[in-house]
Ligand binder design. Structure first.
Ligand code: HAM
Length: 409
């Protein structure tokens, strides 16, 4: 878990602001849920999911409730839907921290942030297209270019379970030729064997049955309609039959966004898909759902690699250097901030030299200097920090003067 210091923290906020801007324009409203929930909310994600079985931060609270910090937000959204029963389609977005007890490395943290959307109560394949297009638009707004969209369909739950049986048979027949790790995975979740990156597993994965051969007519038609919509929007994609995603709740459309500059083990910038059964399992009516979550840290690493979306500290209009005791700086900064200007100041009545050094370091466009003469004459010295002549401005005019200068820039 990490501390995020300024100016990086400002970049985080900007990241969520841009995301909110993109999705609010499409009718999504922000949902804020608690950071922790009853453990049962998350166990509904599925017992073949590592996130649930191995990585949860759970504990018994003082009221003897078994609680867990959220490892993701989809389950919380479904819990909130089941509890509040809003009208459908319910289109929400979220931003916040999640917790998974994973082995930390670059791009993988125990506390990490996501932004995401979920829509509950609509089955339309055009919604799948809208959802994917929103993430695509967001990456474009950040300036990221090396993002690849991969898509697949897991079919209906029945298709999926027939496929899982076929996969199990296939991999069991491979016997010891399969890596030890994949044999262990096979016991719990045959689908996840397809995720193996080990070279000994590759020939067996290549010869494994394909999910598309198990799609029902409805599932195939739904997937085709999604692909048609993506082509209509000129969103490039690759169909990846081996894409299964790590959470158990998915059905039909699933997708992932991969960053071209990141290590392949951590290259998923975000992902999502359709799910069903979650709302029902949490006490609500049968309700189809779809959504995605995008990892903030990984996406920012990709931005660094591509040299886009750099952290930008708020530019200061002025830095007040008051060497008359500091009270003048109190009223001057308050007045200028009220006028909408970003203004900082020196403290502790330090020397002119020390305060000018701070003014320089602050990146402010102007130093506003108040000495004994200026105080008694009702003036302020305005010194441009990037060079140029300093001028004396009447104290009563300073706010209008600086506002006019900032408007020019
Ligand atoms: P997920 O694939 O588990 O999906 O996570 C989505 C994204 O969160 C990942 O692609 C990655 O960028 C980021 N992420 C996950 N774990 C970590 C970690 N330990 N450190 C840093 N980043 C991480 C979900 O969470 C689903 N709830 C997505 C979804 C929404 N499906 C439907 N609706």
């Amino acid at each position: 878990m990490r501390d995020i210091l300024p100016p990086e923290s400002g970049r985080w906020r900007h990241f969520t602001d841009v995301f909110a801007d993109v999705v609010e324009r499409a009718g999504y409203g922000q949902l804020i849920t608690p950071l922790l929930e009853d453990l049962g909310v998350f166990t509904r994600i599925g017992d073949a999911t590592d996130v649930v079985t191995k990585e949860m931060y759970d504990f018994v609270d003082k009221g003897r409730r078994h609680i867990a910090l959220r490892p993701e937000m989809t389950a919380s959204v479904c819990r909130a839907f089941a509890e509040h029963r809003p009208t459908t389609p319910w289109k929400v977005f979220y931003a916040g921290s999640n917790f998974r007890y994973e082995k930390p490395q670059r791009g993988r943290y125990r506390q990490f942030d996501q932004v995401g959307v979920e829509v509950l109560g609509a089955d339309d394949p055009n919604l799948d297209v809208e959802i994917i297009a929103l993430a695509w638009e967001f990456y474009a707004r950040l300036g990221l270019r090396q993002v690849a969209l991969i898509v697949n369909s897991l079919g209906e739950p029945d298709d999926r379970s027939r496929y899982v049986d076929a996969l199990r048979d296939h991999f069991v027949a491979c016997g010891d030729a399969l890596s030890e790790q994949s044999r262990a995975t096979l016991d719990r979740n045959p689908l996840r064997v397809l995720d193996s990156k080990r070279s000994v597993d590759q020939p067996h994965i290549a010869s494994a049955p394909r999910i598309a051969d198990f799609h029902s007519d409805d599932a195939a038609a739904h997937f085709d309609a999604v692909l048609v919509g993506l082509r209509a929007l000129d969103i490039p994609f690759t169909i990846e039959p081996k894409l299964v995603r790590g959470l158990d709740y998915y059905r039909r459309t699933i997708f992932e966004f991969q960053g071209g500059t990141l290590d392949s083990a951590q290259n998923a910038l975000g992902g999502g898909g359709r799910y069903d059964g979650l709302v029902e399992a949490l006490g609500g009516p049968p309700t189809p759902g779809i959504g995605f979550a995008l990892g903030l840290e990984r996406t920012l690493l990709a931005c660094d690699d591509e040299g886009v979306f750099a952290p930008a500290p708020t530019p200061l209009a002025a830095f007040v250097v008051d060497v008359t005791g500091g009270l003048e700086a109190v009223s001057l900064t308050a007045e200028l901030r009220r006028a909408g200007l970003a203004v900082d100041r020196g403290y502790d009545n330090r020397s002119m030299k020390a305060q000018m050094k701070l003014a320089n370091r602050s990146g402010a466009a102007f130093a506003l200097i108040v000495g004994d003469d200026e105080l008694s004459n009702g003036n302020v010295i305005v010194k441009p920090m990037q060079g140029g002549e300093q001028v004396v401005v009447a104290r009563s005019e300073i706010s209008a003067y600086l506002t006019a200068l900032s408007d020019q820039n």
